[in-house]
Ligand binder design. Structure first.
Ligand code: LMR
Length: 390
């Protein structure tokens, strides 16, 4: 039977993890996969996470099944961080724990496929390379539109307006509401307001991907576009990831939320989300969610976590400033937010940067600014110049 399979190309982004490890040049710089690095170049377990793990080690007395929805206390404790304390959502929010943000995207895609299989998913490009395959594998039709010009590093807002204006009622619009992956280019609040108006006018459903909250300008600021959009629309999906802001990557910690019109629809959404989880992964892995819950239940651990997250955010923005200061052509990097910026480059150039300079970035020209040190800025700029990127 397996001779019937066609081989798939390896995921080129994830292949960078091994390629970087295998490179023994001392000056190599990893701007590849989206993980945070500290001033020592490590991706440490956060102090709050260590404290929570210690607490769990001492107090957790069972690992019995929780059910397809996972730990609902974890799901509830994230809500004020994401949604604030707006009473508007009382009775309108359904939530389920998922294996990372990818699990939330996949579950949300299947929920749309179940509720409205003819819905199109509008995807502004460039986007995270896994977005399109996730929606397509849930048999949804993905309609891409360019939302940014990488040469000028500017949003092409008229293409956003045109894509949303020509969508049909019930179509789904994937939105990165902070720290855009891969460009770092976020809409202004004014543009978000216009997007919210278009969503309402054309009765479209936002599917918000929130994987980097706290790593742009801080937890509250990064939540502002999400809250503004949810304030305007009647229905929405939110895929949330704790992988980056709690540094829990391989634990796979996330949640899918649905904002519905009324309590009746919430119940329907909840039962479908649980049913879809059951046939996908049956029940989500617990450890990461237990850590997040433990932190958020403890004011002391929460304070430590918030401080660490603020330090991470400051460091990333410091790296952005260092790179911008090293080259006037890269000034835009300091205006962008989150882990990534995306240079306009061909794959051959990204390959040459790895081969000739030991600088690893995605083939698309995406750089993870959290992977560098301020002192690396000169070497990065020199390599980009040598390869004709600047
Ligand atoms: C990234 O974009 O680098 C991360 O989200 C890792 C991944 O799964 O692609």
């Amino acid at each position: 039977v397996f001779d019937q399979l066609n081989s798939r190309p390896a995921d080129s982004l994830l292949a960078l993890i091994k390629a970087f490890q295998a490179d023994d040049r001392p000056g190599k710089i990893d701007l590849g996969v989206g993980v945070y690095r500290d001033a020592m170049g490590r991706t440490p377990v956060m102090r709050a996470v260590k404290a929570a793990e210690q607490f769990l080690l001492e107090t957790q007395d069972s690992k019995k099944y929780l059910g397809p929805e996972g730990d609902l206390q974890f799901v509830r404790l994230l809500e004020p961080i994401i949604f604030g304390n707006s009473p508007k959502f009382a009775q309108r929010l359904a939530g389920i724990q998922t294996p990372g943000g990818s699990g939330a995207l996949r579950l949300g895609a299947e929920l749309i496929q179940t509720a409205n299989p003819s819905a199109k998913v509008l995807l502004g490009t460039p986007s995270w390379p896994n977005h399109k395959p996730i929606f397509a594998s849930a048999r949804l039709d993905v309609k891409e539109y360019a939302f940014v010009d990488l040469t000028s590093q500017q949003v092409t807002f008229e293409s956003v307006v045109s894509a949303l204006s020509s969508a049909r009622e019930g179509d789904v619009v994937l939105l990165h509401c902070c720290c855009h992956n891969p460009t770092g280019i976020d809409f202004t609040m004014e543009q978000w307001r216009e997007i919210a108006d278009l969503l309402v006018a054309h009765r479209l459903v936002p599917f918000i991907d929130l994987a980097y909250q706290g790593l742009g300008d801080g937890l509250e600021q990064d939540a502002a576009p999400t809250r503004m959009i949810l304030d305007a629309v009647e229905e929405a999906l939110i895929a949330y990831s704790c992988d980056k802001n709690f540094g829990l990557y391989r634990e796979r910690v996330g949640a899918l939320y649905v904002v519905a019109r009324n309590a009746d629809d919430v119940r329907k959404a909840e039962s479908n989300m649980a049913g879809l989880a059951r046939v996908n992964w049956s029940m989500p892995p617990d450890h990461g969610a237990a850590i997040v819950k433990t932190i958020l239940e403890s004011p002391e651990m929460t304070a430590i976590w918030r401080t660490e997250l603020e330090e991470m955010c400051r460091r990333i923005n410091g790296n952005r400033a260092a790179l911008a200061a090293a080259s006037p052509e890269l000034a835009f990097v300091s205006r962008q937010r989150g882990l990534f910026s995306n240079l306009s480059m061909r794959k051959e150039t990204a390959v040459a940067l790895r081969a000739n300079h030991g600088i690893y970035m995605a083939d698309s020209g995406r750089m993870n600014l959290a992977g560098m040190q301020p002192a690396d800025a000169g070497a990065i700029v020199a390599a980009l110049r040598a390869e004709g990127c600047l």
